[in-house]
Write a protein that binds this ligand. Structure first.
Ligand code: NDP
Ligand code: A1CAB
Length: 271
């Protein structure tokens, strides 16, 4: 068990970077340098956290034990190679969609210790789920450090087959967006039925919040919880007959996950 987190360099202090930093702060930090040229990152400063706009501004005596890559994959080819000077001493943890361990090693130097991981935005309330894969150069203590950093924002699972990270990105990485879309669609349908907009918003939001809470609290499967709502020849049965038709949600969700998985694979090839 690591009692206090060692010095860390966070590259990208946006939505995911900030969420992870908040989790690390709760866990106890020594020092974190956040490399982010955006004005928004300044809000992350204080209590052992320094913000720098460029790598040249990272203090020369700062020796991070881990570097967390939380920039968009589209700028990885610019942001990652200058970090190669840390490759002999630091572990790299990348949360960038699509960017493979091989891609990162090619841009950091062949022997770099790299963990590729995919968290999701509920990390912001420490309710995330991350799947991670350790590259061949990662020492056991570095794997433990990666696990500690990622567990600070929610559940963590390691896999040995890196190719699983692409469908994981599609399912849990992007998954919160699909749930928020469901809230939007329920709200719009409620308004269509004549429910006042404010009540429609409340119904849609609290239904998802309540259902998620029930899922968290209950030992029953999602299918059993669904069946518990569905009275024979009742109203839910009518709705589910439409939603569960093979060419409806099963097809849409499957096709959507397939498209997102393919996009993750393609991001790995770009740049
Ligand atoms: N959002 C999500 O749900 C998830 C995202 N991810 C992955 O996390 C990564 C970050 O995503 P997210 O947090 O949403 O993105 P954000 O755009 O919120 O954060 C990226 C941050 O990096 C900054 N930045 C831009 N250029 C550089 C640079 N050269 N060096 C350092 N920082 C830079 C951006 O500044 P500015 O805004 O000023 O450009 C921004 O603050 C992505 O690779 C994404 O694939 C993984 C799981 C879930
Ligand atoms: O949409 C994306 O590419 C990122 C990865 C998972 C969630 N957001």
């Amino acid at each position: 068990m690591i009692t206090r987190l060692p010095p860390l360099l966070l590259v990208g202090g946006g939505k995911m970077g900030a969420a992870m930093l908040a989790g690390w702060r709760e866990r106890g930090i020594t020092r974190v340098v956040v490399l982010d040229p955006g004005a928004g990152a300044q809000a992350l400063a204080g209590d052992g956290v320094d913000i720098v706009a460029s790598l040249a501004d990272v203090p020369a005596d700062f020796a991070p034990q881990a570097i967390v890559l939380a920039v968009k994959p589209q700028i990885a080819a610019i942001a990652v190679p200058p970090l190669a000077r840390f490759a002999g001493s630091a572990l790299f943890v990348s949360i960038m969609a699509g960017k493979t361990i091989d891609w990162l090693a090619a841009h950091l130097g062949g022997n770099a210790a790299i963990v590729r991981a995919m968290p999701n935005t509920p990390a912001a309330i420490r309710q995330g789920i991350t799947v991670a894969c350790a590259g061949p150069a990662v020492a056991p203590t570095q794997r433990d450090l990666a696990e500690t950093l990622l567990a600070a924002v929610g559940a963590i699972e390691f896999v040995t087959a890196e190719k699983l990270l692409d469908p994981v990105t599609a399912v849990s990485g992007g998954g919160p967006a699909y749930v928020f879309l469901l809230v939007e669609l329920l709200e719009a349908a409620a308004i269509d039925q004549g429910i006042p907009p404010q009540l429609a918003t409340q119904l849609a939001r609290q239904t998802i919040i309540g259902a998620a809470g029930l899922l968290a609290a209950s030992p029953e499967s999602a299918a059993d919880l669904r069946r518990a709502v569905t009275s024979p020849n009742g109203t839910t049965e009518r709705a589910l007959a439409i939603l569960m038709a093979p060419d409806s949600w099963p097809h849409a969700i499957n096709t959507a996950i397939d498209a997102a998985t393919a996009r993750s694979r393609a991001l790995g090839q770009e740049g």
